[in-house]
Ligand binder design. Structure first.
Ligand code: F6R
Length: 239
């Protein structure tokens, strides 16, 4: 695993954007794996800046997002579709028809997960996947458990994730209890992974990752098996 230690969030965002920009420049019709949450917002700001400066183009880019709450409408300002439009897609030259987020309104969520997994395979996998982590070590919404699921699936959010994500909702009761998420195997369809982490509250999860053991109670530890992971983190995560 490559590790890039940054002095602060802004540097982490810039370094991650530079890696992504290299992928886009090398393969203009690439497939980018996107994440939501507070971690990648600065990265997306940098990508918007680079796009406006003419350094990179999203014209031929396809994107797939890791996850979406269930149930939730795309017009809900807490949906991950809304987030992606607002934080990136509305500000760059991307064709929105080439952007995918699991459908939080699907009548049959299991069928939607099967469709999503097949779509990722048909795209030929993901060139570079952005990942953040939860305080509990989740990646996507693959929550700590005795078993981890390989394919895109419906999952129940843990109490810790509901509590952590309630900061974005009017109250904890408003946080959806379920989500559609790419599985560990779907994430491993990415040829390259950028794992972004900032904030001392994620230290325990990062220390589990760096202990070089596999622990389903810290799903991010599975990334030790992937051949091309770059951890881009702030120094306080490693103290
Ligand atoms: C988001 C996602 C989640 C977040 C994680 C960290 O699409 O899949 O795993 O990356 O919950 O969230 P933040 O960045 O808000 O701390």
């Amino acid at each position: 695993m490559n590790i890039i230690v940054c002095k602060n969030y802004d540097e982490m965002s810039l370094r991650s954007a530079e890696i992504m920009a290299e992928v886009i420049k090398g393969k203009p019709a690439c497939v980018l794996g996107m994440a939501t949450g507070s971690t990648p917002i600065g990265l997306y700001r940098n990508l918007i800046r680079m796009n406006k400066a003419g350094e990179i183009s999203f014209k031929d880019v396809t994107t797939v997002n890791l996850d979406e709450y269930y149930p939730i409408a795309p017009t809900n300002d807490q949906s991950y579709r809304y987030f992606m439009n607002e934080q990136l897609f509305d500000h760059v030259d991307i064709d929105k028809a080439k952007t995918s987020v699991p459908d939080g309104t699907a009548a049959d969520p299991e069928a939607e997960c099967r469709r999503y997994e097949e779509m990722i395979s048909l795209l030929g996998g993901i060139d570079v996947q952005i990942l953040g982590i939860g305080r509990n070590g989740h990646i996507g919404f693959n929550e700590p458990d005795a078993k981890l699921i390989l394919d895109t699936h419906v999952t129940d959010l843990t109490a810790s994730t509901i509590e952590a994500n309630s900061r974005f909702f009017a109250s904890e009761a408003d946080v959806p209890r379920r989500a559609l998420t790419m599985g560990i195997g779907s994430i491993f369809k990415a040829r390259k992974i950028i794992l972004m982490v900032s904030g001392a509250e994620k230290k325990a999860a990062v220390s589990a990752l760096l202990s070089r053991t596999l622990d389903t109670n810290f799903p991010l530890t599975m990334l030790n098996l992937h051949p091309d992971v770059t951890l881009v983190c702030t120094a306080d995560v490693l103290d």
